[in-house]
Write a protein that binds this ligand. Structure first.
Ligand code: NAD
Length: 247
């Protein structure tokens, strides 16, 4: 896929961070954009911003852990734009803490969003994408945690390793069917978003002042070479799709 003009992108978790940047990038490439997030007020702000630039936008408040909601979102996207060429299953949350200290409810909540959210996106969108027989690409947001484990992140690591497994199986299955649909796993390191800020806040401890937190947050972009901005992340994703350079 090297020209996105007039095609349609779907991005979950698009009210902030990486998802927002992916939606803005898709719009800047001339795509129609379908955006969905639990945070309806931030989603509306993005929708208005894109509409003001003349972009065709469909926005829906959505909890990706609900298969029915994702199905109705997909139905609306297809009825408005007919086909979907880029699907970003991106919504995700982070939880920190030792595995044995986290409740079953916490495990279920995180897995229902980070794992089932991706499954629900695939189930809702893929059949029509396959039927369309058009070139398309699905990008599931994993993490560096899809590749290596980190202490204090058992739930997150388990979820992102599961997303890697789902992505790799789906990729092979689509190749066996000779469907013209690429499937990729995005494995970012630290990106300066709310999720990363949550890690910083936690690392500073409960006694951290508002100034200390603000300073640490600012340093993640300006001073820490390990961090990239969501915009840079989105640029890299689009150039990888364009040049077929996902591994
Ligand atoms: P973010 O918090 O800025 O964005 C996540 C978005 O997902 C938010 O807008 C949130 O409202 C939405 N969301 C959460 N639960 C949802 C649900 N049930 N249904 C619909 N929307 C929901 O954080 P981000 O860093 O942009 O995260 C995006 C993805 O990137 C996540 O999957 C995250 O795990 C992954 N990631 C982030 C980093 C990082 O350093 N920021 C690194 C690796 C992977």
């Amino acid at each position: 896929m090297d020209n996105f003009e007039g095609l349609t992108a779907v991005v979950t978790g698009s009210a902030s961070g990486i998802g927002r940047a992916l939606a803005v990038k898709a719009a800047s490439e001339g795509m129609n954009v379908c955006i969905a997030d639990m945070n309806s007020s931030a989603l509306e702000i993005l929708a208005d911003e894109l509409k003001a630039k003349g972009v065709n936008v469909y926005a829906q408040k959505l909890d990706v852990s609900s298969s029915e909601s994702v199905k109705s979102f997909a139905a609306e996207c297809f009825s408005r734009f007919n086909t979907v060429e880029l699907l970003f299953n991106n919504a995700g949350i982070l939880s920190l803490g030792c595995a044995w200290e986290q409740s079953v409810e916490d495990w279920e909540r995180l897995l229902s969003i980070n794992v089932m959210g991706v499954v629900n996106g695939i189930n809702a969108f893929l059949p029509a994408m396959v039927e369309a027989e058009k070139a398309a690409h699905i990008v599931n947001t994993g993490s560096v945690g899809s590749l290596v484990a980190a202490a204090g992140m058992a739930q997150y690591t388990a979820s992102k390793m599961a997303v890697r497994g789902i992505t790799e199986c789906l990729s092979v299955e689509l190749q066996l069917q000779q469907a013209p649909i690429g499937v990729s796993l995005l494995c970012p390191g630290p990106v300066a978003t709310n999720i990363a800020e949550g890690v910083i806040t936690r690392a500073l401890g409960d006694d951290a002042s508002a100034e200390m937190i603000a300073e640490a947050k600012a340093a993640t972009v300006a001073g820490d070479p390990n961090f990239i901005t969501p915009d840079v992340c989105a640029e890299l994703v689009f150039s990888a799709i364009r040049d077929n350079k996902f591994w």
